[in-house]
Write a protein that binds this ligand. Sequence first.
Ligand SMILES: Cc1cc2nc3c(=O)[nH]c(=O)nc-3n(C[C@H](O)[C@H](O)[C@H](O)COP(=O)(O)OP(=O)(O)OC[C@H]3O[C@@H](n4cnc5c(N)ncnc54)[C@H](O)[C@@H]3O)c2cc1C
Length: 346
Amino acid sequence: MCCSCGACVAYCNAQGFDIIKMEGYTPQIRSDAKVEDCKECGVCYYICPQTEPLMKQLNDDYRIKDEMGYIQDIIAAKTTDEKIKEMGQDGGLVTTLLMYLFDKNKIDAVIVSEYDDKFQTIPKIIFDKEELLKSSGTRYSISSNILPLKDLYNIADDIVEKHPQIYDINQIRMAFVGTPCQCRAVRKMQLLNIRPTHVIKYVFGLFCMENFDHDKLFQLVKKETNEEPTNIAKMNIKKNFFITSKENKVYEIELKKFDDAVRNHCHECDEFTSRFADISFGGSGAVQQNSMVLIRTDKGQDLIRDVIIAGYIKKFTPKKSTITEWKAKKINLLRNMTNKKINKSK
Ligand SMILES: Cc1cc2nc3c(=O)[nH]c(=O)nc-3n(C[C@H](O)[C@H](O)[C@H](O)COP(=O)(O)OP(=O)(O)OC[C@H]3O[C@@H](n4cnc5c(N)ncnc54)[C@H](O)[C@@H]3O)c2cc1C
């Protein structure tokens, strides 16, 4: 059931309890001696996105009545930035919105995922917009994006010196990017008003049908394409798995060939479109090089309005149908995909 979001460890460490740590993709008690030190507060269980507690209140708070969650508006859009267009997964919207938030001094940092030099997916807090491009694109393996918050109170001195506005750690304004399960955990923590998620001001959720075990995925990629992981330029799921090598060779492989690499917890998940985000982003349903965008909160609505006005993104205008018909059609498509996910998990 564990989705490796890192919420429990981030909470436990940021409180100074430090009883659990992440070992690979699973939280573990640090040592037998530490068992005695556990305060038995139970918060790690409550905030786990895979447990039932708090869900009723959370659903009420986020006006969630069905599998799609509350939708204030739906649009498709793409970035106007040429570099992000090249690097982004779909419309490059997530990276562009983060760029805007940095530019307008609305955030001091964001938690994203990156590849490290060994091509492992890693979560990272970044404080500079220049680093954003490295994080754009989708990595189809676990990135424990809440985990870096465990070190919120130990931010390196050189970073604090470079960004004096974050001197008071509790005043840092962060954005968060994550999969549906991760956004759920962030909201559970915010509901309890506990450290360290109090610094998160924007929650950007990704659509997610399923996620994969990194090693198993790349073994299968190698088997199907004969390409080394380090020679993969881009991976994208659009009905089938599309894998592009650095030489621009594109492989299209049936998605079910990767079934053995799907993480177990995804079989239990009924969220496709990140119901708890301020804004949710996916490729499904959007024309090429655009992202599908579900706006869920007033904060999300204001941000999308502002980035359009500022010219950072361009909204898609349907030609063959009215806007109302287009929106209904897209919501229906996403509902069908959500039901497909729910049926898979039964
Ligand atoms: C595991 C996974 C499965 C997905 N499945 C679908 C799907 O079935 N259908 C669909 O429409 N969309 C899916 N998406 C979302 C889609 O791939 C894009 O992330 C989304 O359309 C946003 O694209 P963009 O160009 O706007 O984002 P970009 O500007 O490219 O930014 C992408 C952001 O996603 C973050 N990110 C990348 N990988 C991860 C990760 N593993 N965990 C957490 N954050 C990450 C990056 O840090 C970056 O901030 C999936 C995403 C993931 C991570």
